[in-house]
Design a protein around this ligand. Structure first.
Ligand SMILES: Cc1ncc(COP(=O)(O)O)c(C=O)c1O
Length: 386
């Protein structure tokens, strides 16, 4: 296998074809032309492999496609305009009317909507299970189960699934497994090596890394990727723009250094919070108090910067005062960029559009590239308010 630095910095970049430009060009072209009718006919036949029309393939996007497949240890990959499109394409490709899906209990909100609202309209039934216990997953399998949808860990309370046990059993029973691997990135968890069939990412997070792109990635076998390309990818048209692909290529150069830095800072911050008298609980795969810590150590290489905590208070106003006092943590959704963020669950309380089963005193944090001392100083200031 190629080294990580080779994949991030060199794989797929045929610089001699671009006048030896070090940074790849942005092929801002919707279509690609041919000399003869026969060439065009052949081009059409190779639409999956080569640029013909940018909804399918584009040379800038192609570089990213090769890198992402190599990072996940997959045969191939597709790059989408969002993580949600990548997940939707993977799921839709795996089901038909009358099929049954098993899904982890707290998936990303739009994955939940896809399964339980959108696909339910087309006769796909979904059972949500507490997949921390694989026996609950296996007990939910029915004769028409075609897909197990995993997300390990999830991005709010970080419950995990034993990927190897679940994916191995699913494969034996001819059931496809799809996993949202956004939390870990391909650097900290490789589900394909544990038996998963399709791995999806929101590349809007760490892969982009600068909070300036919305994008998605799907990695799988050549056969599955081709089937998704010819079906969902070309039909739904959720392709990424060449410029956004170029931004992602720029982002991945520093993926390892950003992720390692964020993880090291988060370790210090978690230790501080775990011992704080005003914190009720800390939710993080690598937290000492996580009952699934052994599983995190078994299947993940690191934790990244996303975690949640609950404050010791019964007063929603105090939670709001705490969040409002934080100066470093921007109040915003998403994560994986350079900047620290917070998402208080109480934001969703009273919302007409969003529902949550999470407590009002829970806040999700993302640790960016700031120094641990300044982050802890910010927390100290906010704790003093409650
Ligand atoms: C865990 C997880 N999966 C998927 C998505 C969807 O990705 P995108 O916003 O790129 O569509 C998100 C985005 O917030 C996410 O947090």
């Amino acid at each position: 296998m190629e080294s990580l630095s080779h994949i991030l910095n060199h794989l797929g970049e045929e610089r001699e074809n671009y006048r030896n430009a070090v940074a790849p060009p942005i092929f801002q072209s919707s279509n690609f032309c041919f000399k003869t009718v026969d060439d065009m006919r052949k081009g059409l036949e190779r639409e999956f492999e080569d640029p013909f029309y940018t909804r399918g393939n584009n040379p800038t996007v192609e570089i990213l496609r090769k890198k992402m497949a190599a990072l996940e240890g997959a045969e191939d990959a597709l790059i989408f305009s969002s993580g949600s499109t990548a997940i939707s394409a993977a799921v839709i490709n795996s089901v038909k009317a009358g099929d049954h899906v098993i899904c982890v209990q707290k998936p990303y909100s739009w994955t939940n909507k896809l399964l339980n609202t959108l696909l339910a309209r087309f006769g796909v039934e979904t059972t949500m299970v507490d997949a921390r216990n694989e026996e609950e997953v296996f007990a939910a399998i029915k004769g028409n189960t075609t897909l197990i949808m995993l997300e390990s860990p999830n991005s709010a309370t970080f419950e995990m699934q034993d990927l190897e046990i679940i994916c191995t059993e699913a494969r034996k029973r001819n059931i496809r497994t799809v996993i949202d691997n956004s939390y870990s990135t391909p650097l900290y968890q490789n589900p394909i090596s544990l038996g998963a069939d399709i791995v999806c990412h929101s590349a809007s997070k760490y892969i982009g890394g600068h909070s300036d792109v919305v994008a998605g990635v799907l990695c799988s076998s050549s056969e599955i990727v081709r089937s998704i390309f010819e079906g969902e990818f070309m039909t739904l048209g959720g392709n990424i723009s060449p410029f956004d692909a170029w931004l992602l290529l720029r982002g991945v150069r520093t993926l390892q250094v950003r992720l390692d830095k964020v993880t090291a800072t988060t370790k210090i911050v978690i230790e501080y919070l775990e011992n704080h008298p005003k914190v009720d609980n800390v939710f993080y795969p690598f937290a000492k108090q996580n009952p699934q810590l052994a599983l995190a150590e078994k299947q993940m290489k690191g934790g990244g910067g996303l975690f949640s905590l609950t404050l010791k208070t019964e007063d929603i106003k105090k939670v709001e005062a705490f969040s409002n006092s934080l100066q470093l943590f921007l109040l915003a959704c998403s994560w994986g960029g350079y900047e620290s963020l917070q998402f208080p669950q109480c934001t969703l309380y009273g919302s007409a559009n969003y529902k949550t089963s999470l407590p009002f005193n829970m806040i999700r944090f993302y640790i960016g590239l700031e120094e641990p001392e300044e982050i802890i100083e910010d927390f100290e200031r906010a704790f003093a308010q409650i």
